[in-house]
Design a protein around this ligand. Structure first.
Ligand code: HSE
Length: 297
């Protein structure tokens, strides 16, 4: 038996929801082919040019599959061929796509013996290989689709899927590299109460805005007073991109995951295209290579 999986890019944090909110993008997506093998264990084959490790324990998809195999019938063997369209290190969930796609494909080959929560847990081992921490805010939307809230990861995973009105997404990926582990290291360990109050007001406002389809509330709530002030310094042109995108009509946005990509949400595709043009203008002016995507949630 064999199966082909499309594993989507994702945007973690959704500005104010550090480590708890995330959403899946319609494009780009990695393509993965999986099959059961008679030889037990995990075999990784890369079909792209990223030269990612093929040793299962050092590969994001491999680590996720090893976690799944620990809970699968003894002697199970899985081969995965990976063709990545999501550039590693871009900040749109490249590692999560590999980990999520691998366990979703393996589960289908094994007759869907695992729940979606189980799959998120397995895939989190892949995230740990990539970033040193088991965050689920890219994994959960990659597996569930749409927008997800990870209300808690301990003692049990509590994943909530959120409704949303039509939202168009513009992403710009400036061609610099920011490691998630570095982007986490620079964060302050303590939060001022006054900042926490502002932040949970925004998280509540964003969730309510999504549920009610209230675009203005969504836009007002896309504010991060805790993480963005620290991380945005690593991203050239960040302030200009935000300002120009708002002027072009975006509801709001911010750093995608740990960066360097920046995303903006808009009500219509025409606005999302205008936002892409504004982003291109900023980065062309800075003389920095970049890539833009216009897509939907
Ligand atoms: N929530 C994680 C972070 C996502 O911001 O570090 C990393 O993609």
């Amino acid at each position: 038996a064999s199966i082909t999986v499309l594993a989507p890019a994702t945007v973690a944090n959704m500005v104010c929801g550090f480590d708890v909110l995330g959403f899946a993008l319609a494009t780009p997506a990695d393509t993965m082919h999986l099959r059961l093998t008679t030889e037990p264990g995990v075999t990784i084959l890369n079909e792209d040019d990223y030269h990612l490790p093929t040793e299962p324990s050092r590969n994001v998809a491999g680590a996720a599959l090893l976690a799944l195999l620990r809970a699968a019938p003894a002697g199970t063997g899985i081969e995965v061929r990976i063709n990545k369209a999501i550039k590693p290190g871009s900040g749109i969930g490249s590692s999560a796509a590999s980990a999520a796609g691998a366990v979703v494909g393996a589960n289908a080959l094994l007759g869907n013996m695992f729940s979606r929560e189980d799959l998120v847990r397995f895939a989190m081992f892949g995230e740990e290989v990539a970033s040193g921490v088991q965050h689920a805010d890219n994994i959960a939307p990659a597996i569930y689709g749409g927008i997800t809230l990870i209300r808690a990861t301990q003692p049990t995973l509590d994943i909530v899927t959120l409704p949303a009105p039509a939202l168009h997404v513009t992403v710009v990926h400036p061609q610099i590299e920011i490691k998630t582990s570095d982007a986490r290291q620079i964060l302050k360990k303590d939060v001022l109460l006054q900042d926490a109050i502002r932040q949970w007001g925004n998280v509540g406002g964003l969730v309510a805005g999504l549920c009610k389809g209230d675009y203005d509330l969504i836009g007002r709530s896309l504010e991060d007073v805790i993480v963005e002030p620290v991380r945005s310094i690593l991203i050239p042109g960040f302030v200009a991109v935000k300002e120009q995108s708002r002027l072009a009509g975006a509801l709001g946005g911010g750093i995608s995951g740990s960066g360097p990509s920046i995303f903006m949400l808009s009500r219509t595709e025409a606005t999302a295209q205008a936002v892409a043009a504004a982003m291109r203008h900023v980065y062309t002016g800075l003389g920095l290579d970049f890539h833009t995507y216009v897509t939907t949630i």
